[in-house]
Write a protein that binds this ligand. Sequence first.
Ligand code: ZN
Length: 133
Amino acid sequence: MLKSIDHIGIAVRNLDESLDTFQKLLQFEDVHRESIAEQKVDIASFKIGEVKIELTCPTSDDSPIAKFIAKRGEGIHHIAFASDGIETDLKRIKSEDIRLINETPLRGAHDMLIAFIHPKSLSGVLAEVCQRK
Ligand code: ZN
């Protein structure tokens, strides 16, 4: 089942500059940084309440995030819902005729299993289903 919002992904051009601004705004202490080679991005994430914000910066022009920024500029990229059983959730979502981008989970940040739902199926919102391993 999908029970909560795990994180909100934000596409940024400059990770350090954006992180600095969010830090001034929200005054968090802990930041998790990670490079995800498969997706050609660097991320910095922090918590506000129970929800994480994940700043995502492309490391290459052919990164999906670079393409997103080129087309739409910086901004909210996706909303991620926490799943307690991703395989079951993906089957159920597919059976509801909601279009999945990934029918089998990929590895995401924080070593989570992730899969994306197509924005055309969800009022223009790119959504992610994620599960901690
Ligand atoms: Zn995400």
